[in-house]
Design a protein around this ligand. Structure first.
Ligand code: BEZ
Length: 212
């Protein structure tokens, strides 16, 4: 199966999780979603990542976003490991983890990269919009833990840029100035962005973040 690309529909699936059996699309409802894989239970980098995701629950909630983890370990192992995550990361795991023992979901989402490891998932991230389309993907190797603040930052950009006629520049953070997309001419930009804009070049026009 070809790798999933931006704009593709995130494949639906049924899976066993630490919070029971789910159907992915129904579980997402009308929210944004983040599906992320980690290589294996009882491993150090994964332990820190899952602790951090738990601590960021309020941030995901604020962004109307549900988060779900995945590894190819069984659900009993996930439950045992969660005790360790809670203990060592000073948190309470508050999101479901898929027990993808038969590798069905990891195959569907191409999360096993055999030249890196033929048995375990890499660190994949899929951000899915309320329309169930894939909006962003990331792939990290097992040895490199992800920066979930960057994932929140990218989510802020995705949610802003799908609703307003802007794009976000390098190192943008919520509240920073934005770029007016080139499909909007100056006349329409003046109406659409009442805070005004600075025209540095015809293709580079900067405006304060429209929803702030
Ligand atoms: C880890 O989470 O620490 C890890 C998992 C698999 C391979 C290497 C590191």
């Amino acid at each position: 199966m070809a790798a999933l690309r931006l704009g593709d529909t995130a494949p639906n699936f049924s899976a066993m999780t630490t919070e029971g059996q789910i159907m992915f699309h129904e579980w997402l409802g009308d929210k944004w979603g983040i599906l992320f894989s980690h290589p294996a239970d009882f491993t150090p980098v994964c332990t820190t990542e899952l602790g951090m995701v738990s601590k960021l629950k309020d941030e995901f909630d604020k962004r109307n976003t549900r988060v779900i983890g995945l590894s190819v370990d069984p659900v009993e192992s996930h439950h045992e490991w969660i005790n360790d995550i809670n203990e060592t990361q000073n948190t309470t795991v508050n999101f479901p983890m898929i027990a993808d023992e038969n590798k069905y979901v990891s195959s569907l989402y191409d999360m096993i990269h055999p030249n890196a490891d033929d048995k375990l998932t890499v660190r994949s991230v899929f951000i899915v919009g309320p329309d169930k389309k894939i909006k962003l993907t990331l792939t990290y190797p097992a040895s490199t833990g992800r920066d979930f603040n960057e994932i929140l930052r990218a989510l802020d950009s995705l949610q802003l840029t799908t609703s307003f006629g802007v794009a976000t520049p390098v190192n943008w953070n919520d509240g920073d100035d934005c770029i007016i997309v080139n499909s909007i001419n100056d006349e329409d930009a003046a109406k659409k962005f009442p805070k005004g804009f600075k025209k540095i070049k015809p293709y580079l026009r900067i405006t304060p973040q429209p929803n702030k």
